[in-house]
Design a protein around this ligand. Structure first.
Ligand SMILES: *Cc1c(COP(=O)(O)O)cnc(C)c1O
Length: 349
């Protein structure tokens, strides 16, 4: 049996989750008649203190719908250099919304309100591009599951208000941030004009994300969702998995975080430069292979042959992610295997 630590998207729906999906009341959601989708949209909006939500098949689409309603063609969105919106959505903001992006760099993706605000240029007139919005990723994926400090979010909000800028939250893993930091979802919700939330990451649903905002923006987003070809019909069977995930898989995220910390601590004891356990705040362990004589993909190959799947994000950068299908036994077993491979690789130097 393989232990799959590549991502928290690899989770398989459990039997009770499948049962909830099979028995969900459904209707045609393009007509607004799917009760399970409607109640999920209302539920998630309520969790974050927002007026409305729209169900989307992917987090990328939820981000893009939010961006579409905030930033007009030819205007600018500011994002961190390694954020999902600019690294992993294949230019969607440019292609779909006709906007430009400009980036600031943050070590481990950790938000500095000052750094983001210092490159903002709203109302730039007829010669330069005008900034309209800033996006924040929480937790920061490629940064290693970094939680954005609430003080920095507040400072960013204050600065954005002064400059007349909108804020978008890429909250693919906002539940991890919430559970680890203790900051209420509604508190996060207060500072952002639009929010995207994934049910398909740590919460363990097979599919599903929600974009949240005001009633007005969400009704516009609904039109754009249909225009992009994502108007879905009896999609309550998927929304039911989202309800199940919210009912059952929120508080258990502490276990994912504990297991990620364990993996980081174990691996750090073999090679300190690989990962700093203090930087592992949630369910993601970024691995820096700079001091290893082999590449990240060579290491992943070795691990795979021993039954552990590791994700490769760069020539010398890998990632482990804990999730609902990784229990303590899988955690211990994978730590054991990875430690053995590290020791063997270091000895062959
Ligand atoms: C996974 C993820 C998304 C959405 O990804 P999809 O695969 O499109 O659902 C968005 N933002 C971040 C930070 C992510 O990790």
């Amino acid at each position: 049996m393989q232990i799959d630590l590549r991502s928290d998207t690899v989770t398989l729906p459990s039997v009770p989750m499948r049962q909830a999906m099979a028995s969900a009341p459904v209707g045609d959601d393009v007509y607004g008649e799917d009760p399970t989708v409607n109640s999920l949209e209302e539920r998630v909006a309520e969790l974050f203190g927002k007026e409305a939500g729209v169900f989307a098949p992917t987090g990328s689409l939820a981000n893009q719908l939010a961006i579409r309603t905030l930033v007009a063609p030819g205007e600018e969105l500011l994002v961190e250099t390694n954020s999902h919106i600019v690294r992993a959505e294949l230019g969607a903001a440019a292609v779909f919304s006709g906007i430009t992006t400009r980036t600031w760099h943050a070590e481990r993706g950790l938000l500095s309100a000052h750094d983001a605000l210092s490159i903002a240029k709203p109302n730039s007139g007829s010669y330069l591009v005008s900034t309209t919005a800033i996006a924040v990723e929480n937790t920061h994926n490629f940064g290693g599951g970094t939680i954005q400090p609430i003080e920095e979010i507040r400072a960013l909000h204050k600065g954005a208000q002064e400059l007349g800028l909108y804020l978008h939250l890429d909250g693919a893993r906002i539940f991890n941030a919430h559970i680890a930091s203790g900051v209420a979802l509604k508190e996060y919700g207060k500072y952002f004009d639009t929010i995207s939330v994934c049910l398909s990451k740590g919460l363990g649903a097979p599919v599903g994300s929600i974009a949240l905002s005001t009633k007005d923006r969400i009704s516009k987003a609904r039109v754009w969702r249909k225009r992009y070809g994502a108007g879905m019909r009896q999609v309550g069977i998927l929304a039911a998995a989202g309800h199940f995930a919210l009912d059952n898989n929120q508080t258990r995220l502490v276990d994912d975080h504990r297991r990620a910390k364990y993996l980081a601590t174990q691996l750090n004891s073999v090679l300190a430069s690989l990962v700093n356990p203090d930087h592992v705040q949630t369910n993601i362990v970024g691995l820096n292979f700079a001091d290893l004589p082999i590449s990240a993909s060579e290491f992943a190959q070795l691990a795979k042959s021993e039954g552990v799947l590791v994700s490769v994000l760069g020539p010398k950068f890998g990632r482990l992610v804990t999730h609902v299908d990784i229990d303590d036994e899988a955690m211990e077993k994978s730590a054991e295997i990875l430690i053995k491979l590290l020791q063997r690789t270091l000895m062959s130097k």
